[in-house]
Structure formats: structure tokens, C-alpha cells
Ligand binder design. Structure first.
Ligand code: CTP
Length: 463
């Protein structure tokens, strides 16, 4: 017996289905995630009959609110943190010019056959006679155990029914570390022109999920393998390849960017820092030059790259807000810590970097460290060593800054009260004396030491 189904909600769905004389099943992501041991609160219920009618009965029995989407034939309710979506089992065919299905009622198996992947087409029965039993006609469990993404139908049919599934295939492969079966990969290549009908928002949503995966590069390598990159991230696709002059090549900036992305993913869950990692060298193709005396150069690619970010965000209908500005800032500043490491590390340079990066300095340092992808171990070690020096310097400079933004522990108020004097010059003289003593390290930056010094100075001044 599936433990997760042993609760009130599923029992009530089961009872109400029996009362209505229909068959209901838990289906899709919830079942997949149960076997992946990723507990989920989103439950899809498929009904051989009307999804809306069963949802109404369940909402009544649970005394909770129901949202009905008549056009889609679905209804949704929330009960104690669990979200249940009900839909009638369908036999679908799709209008090829949009993602809208033309729906006909069908059996559970018709419905499962029309789903995207075998691992997403498994169901648990909610009928009394076989409550909790897995209904898996297309080998979902087999594929889940083998780590395989496969469509229940011929992939050409599944993908052309809903082209978003091509990107979902790559997203699941990335999230789960699964492989996509070769015939599916070939089909994605063949059907890529169908991506045109997808909204950019949907694509961006999938890209976010890929970026938040443990090894996000998997998804971008697959996009490239299926020739999809040009469709929604042409600037990234432009980074591909190596040019050689006089026997000297530059690195493949696409593969380098992916490695930096994976490195950042190891160090931070900040999705916008991951975007910045993916796009940090986006200005390189536009700035690439062969200079006979130096070799390949990409002068100003940080600046040009940061200018390209709004266009990329706009194209993907991503927010043009402070998140985008953060990505721009990271791209613009990504060379600064490296410059510090290679040049002489002066206090003023460190202070300027701290000032420009502000609160984002830690993120910038993560990106900068992730940017070290040299295969030369000695170079990497050297770099890491210098990087530690910069970080140490930053701590020191921040310590000085604490004094720069320093607030005198002894206020004019305290002096006036202690010596019972009105506002006058003497107060300024005492405060200045205390401040200099702290900045010169004569006394520590604390109240008691400053108070004692105030008493001493006041006595000297005859108060
Ligand atoms: N589904 C599908 N084709 C799609 C989207 C979804 O066949 N383009 C089906 C799959 O059976 C999927 C279910 O609808 O499991 C629910 O979809 P959704 O909630 O979008 O995704 P999940 O599979 O639950 O995964 P995630 O929450 O990670 O997006």
C-alpha cells in the first residue's frame, strides 16, 4: 500500500468517485515524485468522467473552496496545503497552430498515452478494489529506474502535439540527470520549427528550472545538440567555436560559460547569479580581435556584454527590473576582482571595488572564482592564492571603513549632561580629541574607554 495515499483527502476522492460511479486516479508528477522520493503537494486527479463534477463533490465533503475552469474542463481546490487539480480523462488531438488541444472524453489509458513522458504517465488507482495500485502501461517505472526520458507515443506525435515538451524533455533530463532516448533527440531536432508557437514566458520558465538544477550545463549542451539554442538564446550560441590564427586558438567560450555556470551552481542558489554566470562572456564575439603582438583579445567585453543583457531579457520576456540590473552589474564587474589579483593589490583599488559592488560583492567574488577554468594547475593555484590575498585585503579595508563611517561613542548630549554646560565650542574640542584617539589607535572604539578619555580631557580644560 502506498503510504502517501493513506490520508483523508485521497480517501474522500475515492468515496465521492464511488458515489458518482466514476473511476479516479492520481496521475503525473505526483506519482513520479513519489518514486523519486520528492514529496509533493501538487496532486493531479484524472477521472474517467467529469473532473469538474467530482471536484465539486470533493470540495463539498471537505468544506473548501473550488475554482472551476470550464473552458479547460478542470477544477482546483486547496485543502490544508495540498493542491488538487481534477480533470476528465481525455483523448486529445491538437490544433497544429496553437497549443490548444481538441478534447474528447477517453479512458485512463487514452489519457496516459497522450501525456509527455512515460515517467509522467503513471497513475495510482483510487478505486476500492485496487486502492493505491500503480497503473503503468508504458513502462514508467522501468524508465524511472533506468534514468530514461521516453515518450509514450511516437516522439514526433508527442512533440508536435505540444512543442513545449521538447524543452520539458531537456529540463527533466537536466533536473534528474536522466538521458533522453536517441529517437526522441532526433525527433526534437526534426520538430524544432514548432517552437515558434510557444510563448517566450513558457520557455523562460523552463530555462529557470534548468538553471536551478544541480548541473545546469547538461540542459544547454542538450539544447545545442538538438540545435535549439538559436531559437531562444542566439547570443549564447554565438559563443560556440574556436578560431585559430598563427597556430593560436582562443578557448571555446560556450563551453567555458557552461563550466562557469556549473561552478557557480556548486556555490550559490541565487538564480540571477546563475544567469550572470551563463551570460558573463556574452560580449566576447562582438569584441573579439586578433592582435599580432598579443594574440586574441576581447577588450571591453564586460561593458558590451552588460549592455546586451536587457535585449536578452526582453526577448525572453523576463523581468526588466532590479534582477536584470543585478545580472548587468555582475557581467560588467566580472573582470574587476581578476584585475585586482593580477595587478598590485592596493587599498584604494579594493575600496573602489567594494564601493562599486556594494552589497553584491560576495556574489561577484563567487562569480569571479567560478571563472577560473584554466587547465593549467599551477596557474589555477597561483590565482586562488592571489584571490585569498584580495579577500583578506577586503576584510582589512572594511575594517578601516568601519572607522571611516565611524560614530563617536561620546555625543555632545553626554558631555553637556556630565559637566552641566550649555552648547559651546568645548564640546567640539572634546569630541574631536576622542575621535582622533580612536582613529590613531590610542584607545579602542568603545564607550567606556571614550568616557574615561572625556573625563581626562575635561579636567585638562578645567571643567
Ligand atoms: N503534461 C504533459 N505535457 C505537458 C505538460 C504536462 O503531458 N506539456 C502532463 C504530465 O503528465 C505531467 C502533468 O501533466 O506530469 C503535470 O504537469 P506539470 O504540473 O506541468 O508538471 P510536473 O510533471 O508536475 O512537473 P513540474 O512540477 O516539475 O513542472
Amino acid at each position: 500500500m502506498i503510504e502517501a495515499l493513506n490520508n483523508k483527502i485521497f480517501r474522500i476522492v475515492s468515496q465521492q468517485a464511488l458515489l458518482q460511479g466514476v473511476r479516479a486516479y492520481v496521475i503525473g508528477g505526483y506519482v513520479r515524485d513519489y518514486f523519486l522520493q520528492r514529496p509533493s503537494n501538487d496532486v493531479d486527479i484524472v477521472v474517467e468522467g467529469s473532473g469538474i463534477a467530482l471536484a465539486e463533490a470533493v470540495a463539498n465533503a471537505l468544506h473548501c473552496k473550488l475554482s472551476v475552469f470550464k473552458n479547460f474542463g478542470t477544477a482546483m481546490l486547496k485543502y490544508k496545503g495540498t493542491e488538487l487539480e481534477f480533470v476528465g480523462a481525455r483523448k486529445e488531438s491538437y490544433d497544429r497552430t496553437s497549443r490548444k488541444p481538441i478534447v474528447e472524453d477517453g479512458s485512463l489509458e487514452d489519457d496516459q498515452l497522450r501525456r509527455d513522458f512515460t515517467i509522467n504517465a503513471m497513475a495510482f488507482s483510487l478505486q476500492d478494489e485496487d486502492y493505491g495500485e500503480l497503473v503503468d502501461p508504458f513502462g514508467g517505472i522501468r524508465d524511472l529506474n533506468a534514468g530514461i526520458i521516453r515518450t509514450p507515443l511516437d516522439p514526433d506525435t508527442t512533440y508536435s502535439d505540444d512543442p513545449l515538451r521538447m524543452i520539458r524533455a531537456i529540463r527533466f533530463a537536466t533536473q534528474l540527470g536522466f538521458s533522453i532516448v536517441p529517437e526522441s533527440l532526433d525527433s526534437i531536432k526534426r520538430n524544432k520549427y514548432r517552437l515558434d508557437i510557444l510563448s517566450r514566458e513558457r520557455i523562460a520558465e523552463e530555462l529557470h528550472k534548468i538553471l536551478m538544477s544541480p548541473t545546469p550545463s547538461i540542459g544547454f549542451v542538450l539544447f545545442d545538440k538538438c540545435d535549439l539554442l538559436d531559437a531562444f538564446l542566439p547570443a549564447l550560441s554565438n559563443l560556440k567555436g574556436v578560431e585559430t590564427m598563427e597556430g593560436r586558438g582562443h578557448k571555446d567560450n560556450f563551453l567555458h560559460s557552461l563550466q562557469v555556470l556549473d561552478n557557480v551552481a556548486q556555490a550559490s542558489d541565487n538564480i540571477w547569479l546563475r544567469w550572470a554566470a551563463l551570460l558573463h562572456d556574452i560580449g566576447k564575439p562582438a569584441t573579439k580581435k586578433w592582435e599580432a603582438t598579443i594574440g586574441w583579445t576581447f577588450h571591453n567585453h564586460d561593458f558590451i556584454g552588460s549592455k546586451m543583457i536587457p535585449g536578452i531579457f526582453k526577448e525572453l520576456k523576463m523581468p526588466l527590473n532590479e534582477k536584470m540590473k543585478f545580472v548587468q552589474k555582475m557581467v560588467l564587474l566580472h573582470l574587476r576582482p581578476i584585475a585586482l589579483v593580477t595587478d598590485e593589490v592596493t587599498d584604494s583599488a579594493v575600496r573602489r571595488l567594494l564601493f562599486d559592488a556594494g552589497d553584491d560583492i560576495d556574489d561577484l567574488m563567487i562569480l569571479c572564482k567560478a571563472d577560473i577554468t584554466s587547465k593549467n594547475d599551477r596557474k589555477v593555484e597561483n590565482f586562488k592564492h592571489n584571490y585569498e590575498i584580495v579577500q583578506q585585503k577586503m576584510v582589512e579595508v572594511e575594517e578601516i571603513d568601519r572607522l571611516r563611517n565611524f560614530q563617536n561613542p561620546i555625543t555632545g548630549e553626554i558631555i553637556m549632561q556630565r559637566f552641566n554646560i550649555p552648547p559651546c565650542n568645548t564640546i567640539g574640542v572634546i569630541k574631536e580629541y576622542i575621535k582622533n584617539a580612536i582613529l590613531d589607535g590610542v584607545i579602542p572604539n568603545d564607550y567606556d574607554a571614550a568616557y574615561r578619555l572625556m573625563e581626562k580631557k575635561a579636567a585638562e580644560l578645567g571643567l
